[in-house]
Design a protein around this ligand. Structure first.
Ligand code: DSN
Length: 432
């Protein structure tokens, strides 16, 4: 384990934490150590910058700022008003949006606000089913969204494994939903926003895109944007986008008041101003040519990962990916998702089991894995390394074991270690 020193962790005044609470300080360091010692392939994770971490660890955490900039319910908000103004202006510029709300604490919170703005309990919402790649908050039965709204679900077509747009249109005409929602957590292909818009217009529905997974690629201009087509776009700021953990919403001007009122006071109290500052820092980072190069590399890397895993019999759903993630069917190699996840974990490779469309297994077993390239791309790996990573995943999945002491686990872990040494996550900062 890395020695605990003030310089080890990228937070302001780590020394104070170390003195006061060595137990928690030690856990922060051992988590950093974990992030540094394995391949992080969870498609929804990334490694945010030291600058964003500094904003998150700042005294902005102390400030109550209920309301919006220049219209707060507390005094002393002059400085945080400037922070929120910057975050909002940067978000609008980055996404070409009429309006931005940067206060949602998370993606789920942002989604609650969108429902709150446009629907009442009992209203019908048309969204992608979770087992075909949607999300819990898109009407899954045990989520608030499935309990409070009448959720109707579309899925993917059996032959293409991509969104069945004809089904979306058929269900929209049949159920006349208040909202049509596009997006999800395991969709490897680009979404046809024009087609969704046309369907929503035909039935008079609000068109909402939950862009949490891919908004970072949109910010980097690597894939088309939903913003010109959708009434409202919700997203998280910590996935490909690489900002702080949090949520945000952009929308058309006509919906701005509704969205703001739904975030506060309907859904949240005071915003997390340190998080808002982190979002502002991130939006500025995303406006650079370096970020655009990263976004394109994320896609190039994901495509090579998907293709090479396919060459090892681990078939990519839809035949590949246009984005940062691929979903793989393990039935060809006779391994379940839960076993694959465990075998990879034992070999120093962190990824998640995932249901695949029409999965015969239960979700906690699953027939697939989901693989994402953002973290490794942030570490500077390119397509050559992705071929190596895919081979290591394939070896761990097909020959490995959930026992970290198994020979294959040890061998793969040693190769992972070499790769991580060449492309470290959070390299040691230069001595000051
Ligand atoms: N849990 C996130 C994911 O992994 O996709 C979505 O909320």
């Amino acid at each position: 384990m890395t020695a605990v020193t003030p310089d080890t962790y990228y937070g302001p005044d780590f020394g104070a934490l170390l003195d006061q609470d060595p137990e928690i300080a030690g856990l922060l360091v051992s988590e950093l150590d974990r992030q540094r010692s394995g391949l992080q392939l969870i498609a929804s994770e990334n490694q945010t910058s030291p600058a964003v971490l500094a904003a998150l660890g700042s005294t902005l955490s102390n400030k109550y700022a209920e309301g919006y900039a220049h219209a707060r319910y507390y005094g002393g908000c002059a400085e945080v008003d400037k922070v929120e103004d910057l975050a909002v202006e940067r978000a609008k510029a980055l996404f070409g949006a009429d309006h931005a709300n940067v206060q949602p604490h998370s993606g789920a919170s942002a989604n609650i606000a969108v429902y709150g703005a446009f629907a009442k309990p009992g209203d019908t919402v048309l969204a992608m089913s979770l087992d075909h790649g949607g999300h819990l908050t898109h009407g899954f039965k045990v989520s608030f969204s499935g309990k409070w709204f009448d959720a109707v679900h579309y899925g993917v077509a059996e032959d293409t494994e991509d969104i069945d747009y004809d089904q979306v249109e058929r269900l929209a005409k049949e159920h006349r939903p208040k909202i049509i929602l596009a997006g999800g957590s395991a969709i490897p292909r680009l979404i046809d926003f024009e087609r969704f818009r046309a369907i929503a217009d035909e039935v008079g529905a609000i068109f909402w895109v939950d862009a949490a997974h891919f908004i970072g690629l949109v910010a980097g201009k690597a894939i088309p944007s939903p913003v010109p087509h959708a009434d409202v776009v919700s997203f998280t700021t910590h996935k490909v986008l690489r900002g702080p953990r949090g949520g945000a919403i952009v929308c058309k001007e006509e919906h701005a008041k509704k969205i703001d009122r739904a975030v506060f006071p309907m859904m949240q109290g005071g915003p997390l101003m340190h998080g808002v500052a982190g979002k502002a820092v991130n939006f500025l980072e995303c406006s650079t040519p370096q970020y655009q190069a990263y976004a394109q590399q994320v896609i190039d890397n994901a495509q090579v990962l998907a293709e090479t895993l396919g060459e090892h019999g681990i078939r990519p759903i839809t035949g590949g990916t246009d984005t940062h993630l691929s979903l793989h069917d393990l039935r060809g190699v006779g391994v379940t998702g839960v076993d694959a996840e465990g075998r990879c974990d034992a070999a120093g490779i962190v990824l998640n089991k995932n249901a695949i469309p029409f999965d015969p297994e239960k979700p906690n077993v699953a027939s697939g894995i989901r693989v994402g390239s953002p973290s490794l791309t942030t570490q500077g790996m390119g397509t050559e390394e992705m071929r190596t990573v895919a081979k290591l995943i394939a070896r761990a999945v097909t020959e490995g074991d959930t026992d970290p002491e198994h020979a294959v686990s040890r061998e793969v872990r040693a190769e992972v270690g070499e790769l991580m040494a060449r492309f470290p996550a959070y390299p040691e900062p230069p001595a000051r």
